[in-house]
Design a protein around this ligand. Structure first.
Ligand code: FES
Length: 122
């Protein structure tokens, strides 16, 4: 687990990009829950953190073509994306947000977008 930020650093209902152990990760806060999803759409090289968060359905919608990814499973619920995006385990400890990128689900042989991505929070 890597400590990424404080829970209070994340706006409710929004996504924010971080680099966690060399990987681009979008943290999405919904109330007191935080989801971590790989910050590259599976359809093209687009940051999911630039998209729209749908709190009620726990989805993030890609800004490029509109695929809505389930924040819990990483699976796209709508086209045109058909492949899932890795999601990572998150825990909140003493107000800090910790992410385990080694826990990734939906890895398709190496998450894309790690090399050359800008680091840190935007
Ligand atoms: S780039 Fe994300 S849906 Fe096309």
């Amino acid at each position: 687990m890597s400590r990424v930020c404080q829970l209070s650093d994340l706006a409710d209902g929004a996504a924010r990009r971080f680099e966690v152990d060399g990987l681009p990760v979008a943290l999405v806060r919904i109330g007191d829950d935080v989801h971590a999803i790989h910050d590259v759409c599976s359809h093209a090289e687009v940051a999911l953190s630039d998209g729209v968060v749908w709190c009620e359905t726990r989805q993030i919608e890609c800004i490029r073509h509109g695929s809505a990814f389930n924040l819990v499973t990483g699976v796209p619920d709508t086209l045109p994306a058909t492949q899932p995006v890795p999601v990572y385990a998150v825990r909140i400890v003493d107000g800090g947000v910790e992410v385990d990128v080694a826990s990734r689900a939906n890895d398709r042989g190496g998450a894309r977008g790690a090399a050359g991505d800008e680091g840190g929070a935007r």
